[in-house]
Design a protein around this ligand. Structure first.
Ligand code: C2O
Ligand code: CU
Length: 491
């Protein structure tokens, strides 16, 4: 359905703004993005409609900030290779686990069949070392997505196991030629390059959500991007950190948001800063400007996501933009794209309350996050009939933000009356700020199965803030995912 809407939207877009459909020339200096180049997965299928790649999860030595770090990787790189495809393509991934512990791959944000969702105990068995699995599905919606494990995910994502997946729509009408996929993350290691243990900081580390001290842009610390001042660039941004939020700032210059998790927005919206919480994606057009020959940082400003996130901390520089000597171009006006989006029908939608809490720590000093009074290992599934539309009232009664993620479906944010927030946009991860609530509407229109919901601060997820929605009547074999299990040591 969304694919049809996207097609309809294209007609609208080209009818309204024929100029946008014409690709602009490149304005970027040669080698402008060399320091941010992502490794790309090799498509070994000659059929232009099939992208067929190999991924191996394995430990590998990578360079970070001048140190050699033995990280968890896909194909030996951090982040894992960029998988590129066009909307409507079939993606086949031959995956091998060569890690010293079990893993799986979850395809974050994609409308995949349940068997391809990568959740152990629900959609596939855990893969032991040496196991292989073939993921095979159609890429139905254009956007930037990402892939990551769903076993010990706080540990494994923190150790480096993530990668981007870009599904392009060549006819999206955006027309900006200079494009960058920007994977934001962080990693922690000691002076010898040994990764910070997954359980560092104990229960307090879980409650805060562990952040690595090194901020990474496409796996590098503070890389330089070259640009011609005033020239437009299209950035597709994903935050793959397990806990860190990125409140991006380009010296107050505008971010024209044209899309997000589920593709283009109904219409663009302009903001001075851009908050990217774990799991979220944004599609933005920027035209950074400054004096030719100077540099300007992309910063991550302080953002209060709970106690400890702004105390004794500073602004981070994420990357540096180096303006070429060519004269600055006149900054282009805000883009005027349009996409026709039909919101889910709210008449008769079932209201569902989800209350997120952090009760006081137990006598043993351990803490748990709860949804509706229970951690995931005690939770019953939420239920939805096939075809049912639900309005979720997600109330955050805890003192930390929670980027809340649903597998397998896009939802839309709505107000207290159930009216879609404008511009309408499809999302799969939405931040629920501390002591606030967010409402979303979602239709479980197809693909019965057991689909996860969880906080994308992965320490919170494993600390209890997870659950499942059972869509359709077929009882799931297991009603909740495998608990994290006994502590596992890295190496
Ligand atoms: Cu990125 Cu369970 O998800
Ligand atoms: Cu959380």
């Amino acid at each position: 359905m969304i694919r049809q809407l996207a097609t309809a939207a294209l007609c609208v877009a080209s009818a309204l703004i024929p100029l946008e459909a014409v690709a602009q020339p490149s304005f970027a200096p040669s080698g402008w993005d060399a320091a941010l180049k992502l490794p790309e997965a090799v498509d070994r299928n000659p059929d232009p409609t099939i992208v067929e790649v190999d991924l191996v999860a394995r430990e590998a030595e990578i360079e970070v900030a001048g140190k050699t770090v033995k990280a968890y990787t896909y194909n030996g790189t951090l982040p894992g290779p960029l998988i590129r495809a066009k909307v409507g393509n079939r993606l086949i991934v031959h995956f091998t686990n060569d890690l010293p512990e079990p893993t799986t791959i979850h395809w974050h944000g994609l409308r995949v069949p349940i068997e391809m969702d990568g959740v152990p105990g629900i959609s596939q068995p855990e893969m032991q070392r040496g196991d292989t699995f073939t993921y095979d599905f159609i890429l139905r919606d254009a956007s930037l997505y990402w892939y990551h494990p769903h076993v010990m995910s706080a540990a494994q994502v923190g150790y480096g196991l993530t990668g981007p997946l870009l599904v392009e729509d060549p006819a999206d009408g955006v027309g900006v030629t200079d494009q960058l996929t920007l994977v934001l993350s962080d990693i922690g290691f000691d002076s010898k390059g040994v990764l910070e243990p997954w359980d560092s900081g104990g229960p307090a580390g879980m409650v805060f959500g562990r952040e690595g001290a090194y901020v990474l842009a496409n796996g590098r610390t503070l890389p330089t991007l070259k640009a011609r001042a005033g020239a437009p660039q299209r950035w597709r941004i994903v935050n793959t950190a397990k806990s860190r939020f990125f409140l991006l700032d380009l010296d107050g210059q505008p971010f024209h948001q044209i899309g997000g998790d589920g593709g283009l927005y109904e219409r663009p919206v302009t903001s001075e800063v851009l908050l990217v919480t774990p799991g979220e994606r944004f599609d933005v057009i920027i035209a950074p400007t400054g004096k030719p020959g100077t540099t300007m940082p992309l910063r991550a400003l302080l953002y209060n996501r709970g106690y400890g996130s702004i105390q004794y901390r500073g602004v981070e520089e994420v990357l540096s933009i180096e303006f070429s000597k060519e004269p600055a171009l006149k900054v282009p006006p805000a883009p005027t794209l349009a996409r026709a989006i039909t919101p889910p029908p709210r008449e008769g939608a079932t209201p569902v309350d989800m209350i997120l809490t952090l009760p006081p720590a137990g006598a043993d000093g351990n803490s748990e996050f709860h949804i509706n009074g229970v951690p995931y290992w005690k939770a019953k599934p939420f239920l939805a009939k096939l075809g049912e539309t639900q309005v979720w009232n997600i109330v955050n009664d805890s003192t930390f933000d929670h980027p809340f993620h649903l597998h397998g479906y896009f939802f839309m944010e709505v107000d207290e009356k159930g009216e879609p927030l404008r511009p309408m946009r499809w999302k799969d991860t939405v931040n629920v700020p501390l002591k606030q609530s967010v409402r979303v509407i979602v239709t479980f229109d197809e693909r019965p199965g057991t689909w996860m919901i969880h906080c994308h601060i992965l320490d919170h997820a494993e600390g209890g803030l997870m659950g499942v929605v059972q869509v359709g009547d077929k009882a799931a074999e297991h009603t909740h995912p495998k608990p994290p299990g006994p502590p596992m040591k890295h190496r």
